[in-house]
Design a protein. Structure first.
Length: 198
């Protein structure tokens, strides 16, 4: 089943779009099957769950996509190649400090919020990006958002417009239920969990 699902998404998505498999409800054997089928980028939203999975599957690229508490920043920097869910300048500064201590340049994305609790307001993004690019041990590589259940298209459109102005590499937008809409507004990275592992 997992292999069929991976095959479906790899064929359905345009070549320029990066498929990130979200492992929140996945088992290690399930992740290994997905990897054997060609997925090399995985994401987790909980630090503790991720650490064990990363130990079992170290030769993959791991992204953090959940709300990151400041007391767990060091562990996140130790284990993840990209932290997609940077939702405040304070968090970015903590990541920068931890990365400096670990002698690492941590890739991050800025999370844009609409009706969600965490993230930067769309009007704050430009100012935040100017601040983030001054931090020496983080590298801003993209923008991430979650589509609002009631009005995803408006939010995807707005995020796509913001992304175009920023000249960054990735627009991480779209999940199992709404990725086709996200693609219409410029997403080049989708986060699929249930569609692969359920």
């Amino acid at each position: 089943m997992i292999s069929e699902n991976v095959f479906y998404y790899r064929n359905d998505l345009p070549k320029k779009v990066r498929l990130v498999a979200v492992t929140k409800n996945a088992t290690v054997p399930g992740i290994k099957i997905a990897k054997e089928c060609g997925i090399n980028c995985f994401a987790e939203s909980r630090i503790q769950d991720a650490i064990q999975k990363i130990k079992e599957i170290p030769d993959a690229e791991w992204h953090f996509v959940g709300h990151l508490q400041t007391n767990k920043v060091k562990k996140a920097v130790e284990h993840f190649e990209v932290i997609q869910s940077v939702d405040s300048l304070r968090l970015a500064e903590k990541i920068d400090k931890a990365a400096k201590e670990l002698n690492k340049k941590q890739k991050i994305m800025i999370q844009i919020k609409f009706n969600s609790k965490y993230g930067f307001d769309p009007n704050e993004v430009k100012k935040a990006v100017n601040r983030l690019t001054k931090l020496s041990n983080v590298k801003l590589v993209g923008v991430m958002t979650m589509g609002d259940k009631n009005n995803p298209l408006t939010h995807f459109k707005k995020t796509g417009e913001i992304f175009k102005k920023l000249n960054l590499k990735y627009l991480s937008m779209g999940m199992t239920n709404d990725y086709t809409e996200a693609l219409k507004y410029g997403s080049n990275m989708v986060r699929i969990g249930k569609g692969i592992f359920d």
